[in-house]
Design a protein around this ligand. Structure first.
Ligand SMILES: *[C@@H]1O[C@H](CO)[C@@H](O)[C@H](O)[C@H]1NC(C)=O
Length: 258
């Protein structure tokens, strides 16, 4: 008799919970489906499970989510510890961070963190008074997509480091050396690629004008003499321009002097 009673009580308690589930829930956003938020109106909080301020916000956010349907707003959350790409894309520097997004236009929420404030923010359209994030730094911009990739990469490097050290037993300095070498070669490779691209886009002149001195190929001594000659030539032509003399008259003048 007693187990049946417990079962009935359990069912009774579980029922409202089951009915509520799915409605007014906080929607989870991940690196792979974040673009869903570009349509419609969204309020998104960025949090980390370990952050005390986020834990304080959690019940308020849940309460707010229950109003979501009435307000026609999607209430969502992003766990930055699990979604590095999104924390890069939104440049999350403080936790928790709350964004408002309406049809791909983003605004940062700075108000008080109670469900009443969230509700009036959406209901009274308080967000209209806020300056939207400029298109360059908007999370759906090319720049921020690059940022997202960078964060992904850094996460990946950290995984690799942990794998080298913990699973392969490579000492920490060894792991750093691997990354150092990798960075070096990647840098060299990219540099080379850049030179090729630059050369392809604006090729250097293959045919230099006749008699153009190739200073680099000359010995230092020869280069010095050549430079001297050039300077003399320049000076001479400058003098000639000033006085209007030609070479012949200059030579005559010189011989007359001596
Ligand atoms: C994104 O993916 C997560 C995990 O797969 C899922 O729980 C969530 O409902 C998805 N969000 C949207 C907006 O589709």
């Amino acid at each position: 008799m007693a187990p049946l009673y417990v079962l009935c009580l359990g069912l009774l308690l579980a029922l409202p919970d089951g009915l509520l589930a799915g409605k007014g829930d906080v929607i989870e956003i991940t690196d792979s489906n974040w673009s869903e938020i570009l349509q419609g109106e969204w309020m998104i909080k960025f949090y980390a499970p370990w952050c005390p301020a986020c834990q304080k916000l959690q019940p308020e956010w849940k309460e707010f989510a229950e109003w979501g349907e009435d307000l026609n707003v999607n209430v969502a959350k992003v766990d930055v510890t699990a979604q590095p790409g999104l924390s890069g894309r939104f440049i999350i520097t403080a936790l928790p961070t709350i964004y408002h997004c309406k049809d791909g236009v983003f605004r940062k929420y700075h108000g008080a963190r109670t469900h009443k404030d969230f509700i009036s923010f959406v209901n009274e359209k308080e967000w209209e008074a806020l300056e939207p994030i400029s298109s360059w730094f908007s999370p759906n911009s090319l720049l921020m997509s690059g940022m997202s990739t960078l964060f992904h990469l850094s996460m990946y490097i950290r995984y690799c480091h942990e794998y080298f050290v913990e699973d392969l037993g490579i000492p920490v300095w060894g792991s750093y050396a691997i990354f150092g070498l990798f960075t070096l070669f990647l840098g060299l490779f990219l540099g080379l690629l850049l030179v090729f691209v630059a050369d392809y886009l604006c090729p250097t002149k293959r045919h230099r004008p006749q008699g153009y001195p190739h200073h680099k190929k000359l010995s230092p001594e020869a280069a010095r003499i050549l430079k001297q000659l050039e300077e003399e030539q320049d000076k001479k032509s400058a003098d000639n321009e000033e006085t209007g003399e030609n070479d012949l008259s200059r030579v005559r003048k010189r011989t007359a002097k001596s």
